[in-house]
Design a protein around this ligand. Structure first.
Ligand code: CMC
Length: 433
């Protein structure tokens, strides 16, 4: 294959470089286009725009492949635990036992949250959406964990100690915030966890432990949480991760960048879909369970209703995470002895959509969010907390991308635009307009 292509514009020819990835993906490097032609590329929604080179996650949407640092999502979900996967994503290799122990100890040493953060949490109205609270509290953490000042001879990019400290602090504190937000919604007193427990086990204790009861390790819940968090841990340049990279590219701190990522994840076209899916399934159940009626609504272009949990920007065959989650949902409901009619409605809807020409032609398949809410519901996590759980899982991915962006010394993110507004106009004084 050639490593350059020619672009002919009127009488001139511009040579553009081709960039090849390790999985043979090919990119057209247009960085010289503007200087050579005064043109930009236009791609709303960045549907076909690569914003960076990355070594973290490989995704092939046509073949339904997802790999973190070269390891298949199927194998990681089956064999690894979430903290191992976090280490892998962030630092590039699976940890050995000594590295993993040190990582966990460093995280635990940072698991103190300032009392003032609790006061901020308590000042939110009970009705506040947990994603808003989580984003605000993550931002608020900056005030209690101030950064080193940047000076000309103290550039933070590439400063490994500074980055490592920020990373372990974030991985220590955000799960505590998540657990506290959850407990507050449930009217439970805050639980401070137990530093003798593993990372995910401690999160489950902080979330679910009832007051005045002895702690009992629930393997079903811990395994389910590990799996869900691993499946959500990274997904290359999606809306929230690109947000984290672009915010971080201004040299904003890790906490500030992740707080922005949490906000980006909130919307129902992204992480907010898991909440929207369950609300949709509950609405279908309340309406009598007629899935056909909702299929018609989803296909009706005059109706804003979409089948939530269906379709994906990059997966055009199947979402490998959805396959694993569907099996896990069945397994967990069985293990916990729960029979949930919502699962039957979901399966019915999926069956119909998979043979419906509208969905087949547009390559719309269940995505990761279609079945995850059913598992969260089985774990007695309220609907509004679902996206918070997604955020918890996505933390290592955001961290890995922020770190990679810093280590690569990437330039500040700053897209261009095609201006379509008014040309120069004369200002008219009040009274002449
Ligand atoms: N229900 C009905 N029609 C749909 C759906 C849906 N869920 N998704 C896409 N379409 C149609 C859409 O109307 C369009 O039809 P047409 O070509 O006739 O105009 C066509 O399919 C292509 O859709 P698009 O909106 O141009 O595709 P996109 O790549 O911009 O959007 C999406 C991807 C995920 C936002 C979209 O499929 C969607 O809104 N799905 C529902 C929300 C959802 O489940 N989001 C979670 C995504 S997975 C979690 C994550 O990683 O964020």
């Amino acid at each position: 294959m050639k490593n350059k292509v020619d672009l002919n514009i009127d009488d001139s020819k511009i040579e553009l470089n081709l960039v090849k990835g390790s999985e043979n993906e090919i990119g057209l490097d247009i960085s010289s286009l503007r200087t050579e032609s005064n043109m930009i590329t236009l791609d709303p929604g960045y549907k076909n725009t690569g914003s960076c080179k990355s070594k973290i996650t490989f995704l092939d949407g046509e073949k339904g492949i997802l790999r973190y640092r070269g390891y298949s999502i199927e194998e990681l979900a089956e064999k690894a635990n979430f903290l191992e996967v976090a280490f892998l994503l962030i630092f590039g290799e699976l940890p050995n036992q000594t590295q993993l122990n040190k990582f966990l100890i460093d995280i635990k040493e940072n698991s103190i949250i300032d009392e003032d953060i609790k006061r901020i949490l308590e000042s939110f109205p009970k009705s506040a959406h947990p994603m808003g609270i989580l984003s605000s509290l993550t931002s608020a953490l900056i005030a209690f964990n101030p950064e080193k000042k940047i000076s000309l001879d103290n550039k933070q990019n590439g400063d490994q100690d500074y980055m490592y400290n920020s990373i372990v602090k974030l991985l220590a504190k955000v799960p505590i915030l998540v657990a506290w937000v959850h407990r507050r919604r449930k009217g439970l007193p805050l639980d401070y966890g137990d530093n003798n427990l593993g990372y995910v086990e401690n999160i489950t204790k902080m979330m679910f432990q009832l007051p005045n009861q002895d702690y009992v390790n629930n393997k079903i819940i811990i395994d389910a949480m590990n799996k869900l968090l691993i499946l959500h841990a990274d997904h290359e340049q999606n809306c929230s991760t690109s947000t984290v990279r672009i915010v971080g590219s201004s040299e904003a701190s890790l906490f500030a960048s992740v707080a922005a990522g949490i906000s980006a994840l909130w919307g129902r076209l992204h992480g907010g879909a898991n909440q929207a899916v369950l609300e949709m399934l509950e609405a279908i159940k309340k309406d009598g369970g007629d899935t056909k009626k909702f299929m018609l609504k989803a296909k009706d272009k005059s109706d804003p209703f979409r089948l939530m949990g269906f379709g994906h920007r990059v997966y055009k065959n199947f979402d490998p995470r959805a396959k694993i989650i569907k099996v896990t949902a069945n397994k967990i409901l069985n293990e916990l002895g729960i029979s949930d009619p919502i699962l039957e409605i979901a399966k019915g809807l999926e069956k119909e959509a998979l043979k419906d020409s509208y969905f087949v032609e547009r390559k719309l398949y269940p995505n990761v969010d279609f079945y995850s809410g059913i598992i969260y519901k089985a774990l007695e996590i309220p609907n509004e907390m679902f996206t918070v759980m997604f955020a918890l899982g996505r933390l290592p991915g955001w961290v890995a991308h922020w770190r990679e962006m810093r280590l690569n010394n990437e330039p500040i993110g700053r897209p261009r635009q095609i201006y379509t507004g008014e040309t120069l106009r004369k200002f008219l004084e009040m009274g002449l307009r």
